[in-house]
Structures are given as C-alpha cells and as structure tokens.
Design a protein around this ligand. Structure first.
Ligand SMILES: [Zn+2]
Length: 250
C-alpha cells in the first residue's frame, strides 16, 4: 500500500474487522451495479470511497431534472448526459485508484451472462421486475452473490441472495412476479428522496461486509424498513425446494 492509500483508508485500517487484509480484499474486489439511480448513487459513492478496486455500472439512461431529488451522484450540470459516463467522472474524481467500467445498455437476456460473469458480486438497484428476475437468474446460474435492494414510496427492503451458499435466491423469497399495474415505478408512485439513500447505503454496507468477511451477512435474512414509522424488521428467509431459478443447488 502506498503512503496515500495508508492515509486514504486509515479509518478502515484501524478497524479490527477490516484492517490491512480487508482493505486488500476491497482493492481486489470486482463489483457490478445494475443501474445508477437512487440506489446505485449512494452504493457506488461508498464503494468507490471504500476503495473497491473495480466497479462496473450498467445503465442506458440519461440524467433528467426529476432524478436530482434523490440520485445524489448527479448535479444540475449532469442533466441531459449519460448516467454511466457522468457517474464514472464523479467516482474517478472521488477515488482515482478505482477502475470504473461502464456499460451503456440495458441488461437483457442476451448480455446478462457476459456482463455479470466478469464480477465477484452484483448489486441490483434496478426499478423493474424484468431486470430483477433476470439478474437473479443470472447470478444464480453463475454462482455470484447478489445484493438486491428495492424501495416503495416510504419503505424499502434488502437482502443478500446466494443460493450457492445455501441462502435463498430472490425468486425463492418473491416467487410471484407482481402484476404490471401493482409494480408502480418511482415515476408513477413517487418516492421520498432520502429513502434510496438509506437503502443504497445499506447495500454498500452489505457489499463491504461480504467482501471483507466482517460481521453477519444478510444472506438468509430480509431487512425491511418503514420510514413513516421509523421501524425496521429482519425476517428469516430460506431456500424454496421447488424454486426453478436455483434448483441446481439442490
Ligand atoms: Zn431460488
């Protein structure tokens, strides 16, 4: 580690659970973010700041003015620009020791395996169920752990899905895909701006824990947050024997 790195990561290096070994694991880690919006913004900011060596970002969207209420990677000057390229610029400014790979496309069945297969950990902050089930299926097939967060108007949830480690996959926990009209997006239903900040930061926390081995993972547990009541709950969740997406793990 260089002198600059020793200073940059000083607050990690003195933590018993991270230390020099954990910091080296962070530097060697390759993490993919599906989407760079409300959840992807804090997720990527904290992972870049933490020194995750390689970050991938998949998104084909352009920054709009209505994104700025919650997508904290972007500024007024970003409006009209590609989210991936804008995010890359900001994240490189935050930490030039991080390699940032961008994919200016949507994740679809044709590219999912090749994009995800290049990473050790996938974080899904996408806003639609097609993407969520596809990313889950891809990670289950490849044996890559998946940290998936989701938000409603005032509530959020998060888990680490890892059927190859005997934890459930996303489809074990959510076997029924909601009807299109029930699954409203932020644009249709609204969302309070600080909420993706909380859930996206929790995703970053679980990623850092997973990479360094600190503490107890949320694998096998679903974390639920209700902002209006300021209550959190953690439910035990388990593999479903008849789950098609992760049946290969027995
Ligand atoms: Zn499953």
């Amino acid at each position: 580690m260089t002198d600059d790195e020793l200073e940059r990561y000083a607050r990690h290096l003195i933590l018993r659970e991270i230390g020099g070994q954990g910091q080296a694991k962070l530097r060697n880690a390759r993490v993919l973010s599906i989407g760079v919006g409300g959840l992807g913004s804090p997720l990527l900011l904290y992972l870049a700041a933490a020194g995750v060596g390689t970050l991938g970002i998949v998104d084909d969207d352009i920054v709009s003015l209505s994104n700025l209420q919650r997508q904290v990677l972007f500024t007024s000057q970003s409006v009209g620009k590609l989210k991936t390229e804008t995010a890359k610029q900001t994240l490189s400014g935050l930490n030039d020791g991080v390699a940032i790979q961008v994919f200016n496309e949507r994740i679809v069945p044709e590219n999912a395996l090749s994009i995800c297969g290049d990473y050790d950990l996938v974080c899904d902050g996408s806003d639609n169920f097609d993407t969520r089930y596809l990313v889950n299926q891809t990670c289950a097939e490849l044996g890559i752990p998946l940290i998936a967060g989701a938000i409603g108007q005032w509530d959020g949830q998060l888990s680490v899905y890892a059927p190859h480690l005997n934890a459930p996959c996303y489809a074990c926990v959510f076997p029924e895909r909601p009807e299109a009209d029930v699954a409203a997006t932020c644009a249709e239903a609204g969302v309070v701006g600080a909420l993706p900040g909380i859930v996206g930061s929790m995703m970053a926390m679980e990623a850092i824990k997973h990479i360094t081995g600190a503490g107890d993972s949320l694998a096998g547990r679903l974390w639920i947050y209700d902002a209006l009541s300021a209550e959190t709950r953690t439910l035990k969740v388990s593999r479903r024997a008849d789950c098609e997406m992760c049946s290969r793990y027995g």
